[in-house]
Ligand binder design. Structure first.
Ligand SMILES: Cc1ncc(C[n+]2csc(CCOP(=O)(O)OP(=O)(O)O)c2C)c(N)n1
Length: 396
């Protein structure tokens, strides 16, 4: 299938964005996207992150695909099963088929080559082998039904495309220093810090005359952070600008990047945990390379996987603020008390992003902390409706 025809089908179905980690089978597509002004490609640091970015874009009204080698399908299993499947987000996966049975290939592809199609189906993806004659209809059907789908692409299926453009790369070193340095000790628990953040997170939700675009999109990482924020003020289902991630640990940063990229005039605030950020630390680099000015990253750092019992993480050894600046964030700082946190958060959301705010907190949560009564899918649809970007059927 000539890549121009393939790209045309994507375009006709409203797909203008893709994120991925490439396979040589997709060279025609990636090269094409690098020169086609109507198709935008984000180079992700892992296939799971690519799925998260594509999911954020799709949710915010820019239907997107995630592209990967089938070896990377293994890296994406959790975001597919815990995010695309749970929320039924119609992201299109393009998965190459290395190690196709009966075709000579390298040993590392042998087993994955045998199980690719079955694994994709087991993950709940509507799975097709990419057939040029049927691609348009199958893509249209998946998007129309609002379900995630995978197209398995065999060697040579996609053809043509330009040569890769010459990259005029300049590698710049920076003397990076965050706004403040020092030693920080926690004063608040996560729930107290979240309580202090609410005015910024809820900005514009109440009160007449606020432009809808000024209301931030708030993306919350998995675990107790989401549960606490929900219990603080959303049990009445009033915080339409929030998305509580269940599972998909590490994917809030990538999902938020997709949202920020799709809706550049709306602030996107990602509430992350240290464990989750460390799981997909590459997201700092992806965010820094795209550098959306509306992206604001807040890391609630208790040095632990608090939600699973307080097991330590590597975060005390990691200066997230310096790391973010080194990755291309425009501003970053660390705080540890309530006043400094509120001040920094209020300032950062008005600054040109990406920004990162590391809030040092204690471990621990209320013993009687509940679980959201909000069904994950309903919560997701609320958020997608708030973003106005749901071009697919609301029914599963
Ligand atoms: C892929 C994956 N691995 C492990 C878990 C289990 N898990 C859920 S929350 C969590 C801890 C998250 O830690 P952190 O991001 O630091 O947030 P905290 O709980 O400290 O607020 C873990 C390990 C999971 N949900 N998904």
């Amino acid at each position: 299938m000539q890549i121009d025809d393939f790209a045309d089908i994507l375009r006709r179905h409203g797909i203008s964005h893709g994120a991925g980690v490439p396979c040589s089978f997709f060279t025609p597509l990636v090269n094409h996207m690098m020169v086609d002004p109507e198709l935008d490609y984000t180079s992700a640091t892992s296939e799971g992150e690519a799925v998260a970015i594509a999911a954020g874009l799709t949710t915010a009204g820019k239907p997107a695909f995630a592209l990967m080698q089938n070896s990377g399908l293994g890296n994406a299993v959790n975001p597919i099963t815990s995010m695309l499947y749970i929320y039924s987000i119609p992201v299109t996966l393009l998965v190459s088929h290395r190690g196709e049975p009966g075709k000579p290939d390298e040993p590392q592809h042998a087993l994955m080559g045998q199980i690719t199609e079955a694994l994709s189906k087991l993950c709940g993806l509507r799975t097709h082998v990419l057939d040029p004659a049927r691609f348009a209809d199958q893509l249209g059907a998946a998007l129309g039904d609002g379900v995630p789908a995978a197209f398995i692409c065999r060697k040579g299926t996609l053809k043509g495309g330009p040569e890769a453009p010459d990259l005029d790369l300049r590698f710049t070193t920076r003397a990076t220093a965050p706004a403040n340095t020092g030693t920080f000790r926690a004063e608040l628990r996560r729930e107290q810090a979240l309580d202090a953040a609410r005015e910024v997170l809820n900005h514009g939700l109440e009160g007449a005359g606020q432009s809808d675009a000024a209301i931030p999109a708030v993306i919350c990482t998995t675990g107790k952070l989401s549960r606490e924020l929900y219990e603080l003020d959303d049990t009445d289902f009033s915080k339409k600008n929030r998305f509580y991630m269940v599972g998909s640990m590490g994917c809030a940063a990538g999902f938020g990047l997709g949202v920020a990229h799709a809706q550049p005039s709306r602030p996107a605030i990602v509430l992350d945990g240290d464990g989750a950020l460390l799981m997909k630390l590459g997201s700092l680099a992806t965010v820094g390379s795209i550098a959306p000015s509306n992206y604001h990253h807040v890391v609630f750092d208790n040095g632990a996987h608090d939600s699973t019992g307080g097991q330590p993480t590597a975060s005390p050894a990691v200066d997230f603020a310096t790391a973010a600046l080194a990755c291309g964030y425009r501003y970053a700082e660390t705080v540890s008390n309530r006043d400094a946190f509120v001040d920094a958060l209020s300032r950062q959301v008005t600054m040109e992003g990406p920004t990162l705010l590391r809030m040092i907190i204690h471990t621990g949560a209320r013993k009687d902390l509940g679980r959201p009564k909000l069904d994950p899918r309903d919560g997701y649809l609320r958020f997608a409706a708030f973003l106005g970007g749901r071009p697919w059927s609301a029914e599963k």
